[in-house]
Design a protein around this ligand. Structure first.
Ligand code: HPA
Length: 271
């Protein structure tokens, strides 16, 4: 079976069960999954039941897709994602995003927890992703290109769609939710960065660092989906933070901002 067929199997499975094509999909990052509970008339699918969907073994990364109504629109929400550092291949890692594309979804909001590099940031800030730097060491499009997904050399000059960015900015304004903006740099993980790495990332123009989002954003662009991105600054990055980094802090901060985050996402969908 080709990779395309594997993706199609997942997309067809969802099509058959859901009936309609959601107007947007969302990927919820670490600690931000509670937002899925805001959907009404929802259907929940464990990743383990969706054909070919990767299932995380990391604790605290729930693995379910919730499809339901948010602000009058049908949305598909991924509660949890798998990460490259778990050992997944690029194809496995990005299969859910590919399935959304084949399902016919044309807008995605990708979210994550990230470490703040920009000295103006503090833990608990929300950041609009304006662009990214792929420092993961791989590109998910490496290998033979399947033209049914998209072109060999996709343009990435508007990786985070300007209209989606405007919507997120407008939503934040209308809600009076403070919103920072900046460039997200993705690393492979799972170790956090050293202070020297963070100094380097700051110098090359990164504002926040994390271990996800970029592979998904690349395949979404490959398939012509409009991508919006939001980071929750869950901690200050190594060297900027006076304390050691740990995953518990990341989750605890995400928990503190989950209301503001959920209202921002809801408003963005509504606009
Ligand atoms: N570094 C990398 N990934 C992260 C961080 C960080 O400081 N915080 C949350 N995800």
């Amino acid at each position: 079976m080709t990779y395309y067929d594997e993706v199609k199997l997942a997309a067809d499975w969802l099509k058959e069960r859901v009936g309609k094509v959601p107007s947007a999909a969302m990927v919820l990052g670490s600690g931000l999954g509670a937002m899925a509970e805001e959907l009404s008339d929802s259907m929940t699918f464990e990743y383990s039941e969706i054909p070919n969907f990767p299932v995380s073994k990391v604790e605290g990364h729930a693995g379910r897709l919730v499809v339901g109504e948010l602000a009058g629109k049908t949305v598909a929400v991924m509660q949890g994602r798998v990460h490259y550092y778990e050992g997944w291949s690029a194809e496995e890692l990005t299969l859910p995003m590919r399935a959304f594309g084949l399902w016919g979804i044309d807008k995605v909001i990708i979210t994550n927890a990230a470490g703040g590099i920009n000295p103006d940031f503090k833990a608990g800030d929300l950041m609009l992703i304006t662009d990214h730097i792929n420092y993961m060491g791989f590109n998910p499009l490496r290998g033979d290109n399947d033209d049914r997904f998209g072109p060999r050399f996709p343009d990435m000059s508007h990786a985070y769609n300007p209209e989606m960015q405007d919507l997120i900015v407008r939503a934040a304004r209308e809600l009076n939710v403070p919103l920072k903006a900046g460039v997200y740099v993705a690393v492979a993980g799972p170790s956090y960065e050293t202070p020297a790495e963070i100094r380097m990332f700051g110098k090359v123009g990164a504002d926040a660092v994390g271990m996800s989002t970029v592979p998904e954003a690349i395949v979404a662009n490959h398939m012509g989906l409009k991508v919006g991105g939001i980071s929750c600054i869950s901690n200050l990055a190594a060297g900027i933070s006076p304390t050691k980094l740990d995953h518990a802090e990341v989750k605890a901060t995400a928990d503190l901002v989950k209301e503001a985050f959920a209202s921002l996402v809801r408003k963005t969908v509504e606009l």
